[in-house]
Design a binder for this molecule. Structure first.
Ligand code: AMP
Length: 285
């Protein structure tokens, strides 16, 4: 069922609650692919009812980012959601979510994560991005009031920040993190892959190759973080505009003396002007 208004969603969820049903929320920006579907499938196994939000959130895009050209494929998204047995697709307009607020920076109450978590990785180049993410996720939590919400490890910094927000603000939602879905080639699925040419997609494989190689070197016994990061350079060509490559603690995003089983390597790199991100855990446990 496609719903566009907050009131309609609230009315429907209220009926489910009265029946004691467990509600799951999968927040997305649409242009759904198998990565999103993996979150939806997981939500279907853990919850009685599943809401998928499809909303290209204007306040998480910077002025020079791709808000206007971000792919919008609601008809196709609806078909995919129907195929997975999604109960509600919530696709509000920006006006439904923000009224006139988004037109004026000083009329919206924002949820801003701690500086420590945003002064690095994606937050460093995308100033204000995580304020926009936390604000929209908080609003979606308040609208849907789910028991569980599903996020991908693909956006590792995002899921850590959301978990922190939930803890800090005592939000009664269980955040469930799902693994990264990749093409057979290793390329992490992303709605932004649609912007890449065939050649660009080949060049983009470097991200996962760098991460896999770093992990392989760690498994062979290299724990020096600079030495691990240096292994990336042989993969990079003039077609790659590396934004960051970092190795941090996977739970706190803190730097550590040496790589260990709790490490995560994270990369952001532009290919054909398209900003791609990926990451890998050094150990699955
Ligand atoms: P987006 O539509 O890009 O905002 O993503 C919505 C959700 O899907 C986020 O929680 C993402 O982390 C997750 N997601 C995106 N790509 C993947 C992927 N390749 N594998 C798993 N989850 C993903």
């Amino acid at each position: 069922m496609l719903l566009n208004t907050i009131n309609e969603v609230r009315a429907e969820v209220k009926k489910w609650r009265a029946e004691g049903l467990k509600v799951g929320l999968v927040p997305t920006m649409g242009a759904l692919h198998e990565g999103h579907l993996s979150l939806i499938k997981r939500a279907k196994t853990e919850c009685d009812k599943v809401v998928v939000s499809v909303f290209v959130n204007p306040i998480q895009f910077g002025p020079s980012e791709d808000f206007d050209k971000y792919p919008r494929t609601l008809d196709e998204d609806m078909k995919l959601c129907d195929g997975e047995g999604v109960d509600i697709v919530f696709a509000p307009t920006p006006k439904e979510m923000y009224g006139d607020c988004r037109l004026s920076n000083d009329c919206l109450t924002y949820v801003c994560p701690p500086f420590f978590f945003v002064d690095k990785l994606c937050g460093k180049s995308r100033v204000g991005h995580f304020d926009g993410v936390c604000t929209v996720v908080m609003k979606l939590f308040n609208i849907v009031q789910p028991d569980c919400a599903f996020f991908g490890q693909k956006d590792a910094q995002q899921v850590i920040i959301i978990k922190k927000m939930v803890r800090d603000l005592n939000i009664p939602v269980e955040v469930i993190q799902c693994p990264i879905v990749r093409e057979n080639s290793g390329l992490a699925l992303s709605s932004r892959n649609k912007y890449l040419s065939d050649e660009g997609k080949k060049d983009a494989l470097v991200l996962s190759q760098i991460l896999n190689n770093i992990k392989a070197c760690y498994k062979k016994g290299v724990t020096d973080i600079e030495a691990l990061k240096e292994t990336a350079y042989s993969y990079l060509t003039e077609k790659h505009d590396l934004e960051y490559l970092e190795i941090y603690n996977k739970n706190t995003l803190e730097e550590e003396m040496d790589a260990n089983d709790n490490s995560i390597a994270l990369i952001a790199c532009k290919v054909e002007g398209v900003r791609l991100i990926d990451n890998i855990y050094f150990s699955e446990v």
